[in-house]
Design a binder for this molecule. Structure first.
Ligand code: TXA
Ligand code: MG
Length: 321
């Protein structure tokens, strides 16, 4: 199968493919998604096959506006508030699912993750398709999420026929996943909408810390964000330098660039938002040129905490001394 990359002019082709039950990669503000018709079981099947994803890891369902949510899930008061405050945007809310959503989308769970992406091209794609779009991130399973059409191409070449190209993703890490289906709202995956932002609108929010094999957070048990080369975290810049060799690259915050003159390094940016925007792209670039990537240990607060969630998984929690 040939894989085409096309910009907005390919929107009609993308919509046609969705209506025919095919799978299309599309841009969102977080990362690229691998979309199929959420109500069509054979489309969902194609997503799992293209991605190589285990069938017990559910997919997020994307809709174009709040009014469309009731086709896929039961809204409650808290969900209404969160959608109003943070959507369209980088948040997925897990709610009781409507019977019309096939169980293959939700891996047999009676809940569904719902998201309204901010990217206009994504919302046009969804609304023109006249359905809800089930979509995981458009990487091969276990790999780094793609933040450009080219990164999708690396993983999906020959597996899907069209990648809608909306340029680089603004946020750069996947959406915050929060479940409102249990007793206490629980963040299952941290993202750009942080706990600090959510507690302003919810009386109580907790981070998921449970046993990872339970059904509440199926995605957590799988290996994620695995670069093709060795990755380690470093606590401070001197320990990164101590563990440096010619085949190593040090990813760092802007403030350390001066200190790293003469070494292979990449500036990830100044703020948490900049680092989130760059991290997956830089990791994909560096794994092509180096044998070892050293990544900074960031703070556990706010968006840096969400980036740390990805960094520590990429490094399999390993740290250089
Ligand atoms: O930003 C994003 O969320 C991107 C873009 C494309 O929207 N999508 C994405 O999908 O990251 P995916 O499949 O790579 O990650 C979805 C995560 C998985 O960890 C999955 O287990 C969890 O959300 N999830 C989905 N539905 C769930 C549900 N009903 N209950 C609990 N967790 C769920
Ligand atoms: Mg993913």
């Amino acid at each position: 199968m040939d894989t085409i990359i096309g910009k907005e002019e390919c929107l009609d082709m993308a919509v046609k493919l969705i209506k025919e039950g095919e799978v299309v990669a599309f841009p969102t503000e977080t990362v690229y998604g691998l979309g199929g018709d959420a109500f069509n079981e054979s489309s969902i099947d194609r997503i799992y096959i293209a991605k190589g994803r285990p069938r017990d890891n559910p997919l997020i369902v994307h809709v174009s506006c709040v009014e469309e949510i009731e086709k896929v899930a039961y809204l409650n008061e808290q969900a209404k508030i969160l959608f109003e405050k943070f959507s369209p945007g980088p948040i997925t809310i897990v709610l009781p699912k409507k019977a019309e959503i096939p169980e293959c989308v939700t891996a047999g769970l009676q809940t569904v993750g719902v998201r309204i992406p901010k990217s206009k091209l994504a919302r046009d794609f969804i609304s023109k398709s006249g359905t809800a779009i089930a979509a995981p991130s458009a990487n091969k399973t276990k790999r780094i999420s793609p933040t450009s059409a080219e990164a999708v191409y690396e993983d999906m070449k020959g597996r899907i026929s069209l990648i809608l190209d909306g340029g680089e993703c603004e946020v750069g890490i996947e959406s915050t996943v929060i479940t409102l289906a249990g007793e206490i709202p629980t963040i299952l995956r941290p993202g750009a909408i942080t706990k600090e932002m959510l507690v302003e609108y919810l009386p109580k929010v907790k981070n998921f810390t449970g046993e990872i094999l339970i059904a509440e957070a199926p995605g957590m048990k799988y290996k994620h964000y695995a670069p093709l080369v060795d990755c380690f975290m470093y606590k401070d810049i001197e320990s990164a330098i101590k563990n440096y060799s010619d085949k190593t690259v040090i990813l760092c915050k802007e403030e350390f660039c001066e200190r790293l003159k003469g070494y292979n390094f990449v500036n990830l940016g100044k703020s948490g938002e900049e680092i989130a925007h760059n991290i997956f792209r830089v990791m994909r670039e560096c794994e092509k040129c180096f044998d070892c990537i050293l990544l900074p240990q960031l703070s556990e607060e706010g968006i840096e905490g969400s980036i740390m969630n990805r960094i520590s998984k990429s490094c399999e929690y390993r740290m250089v001394e």
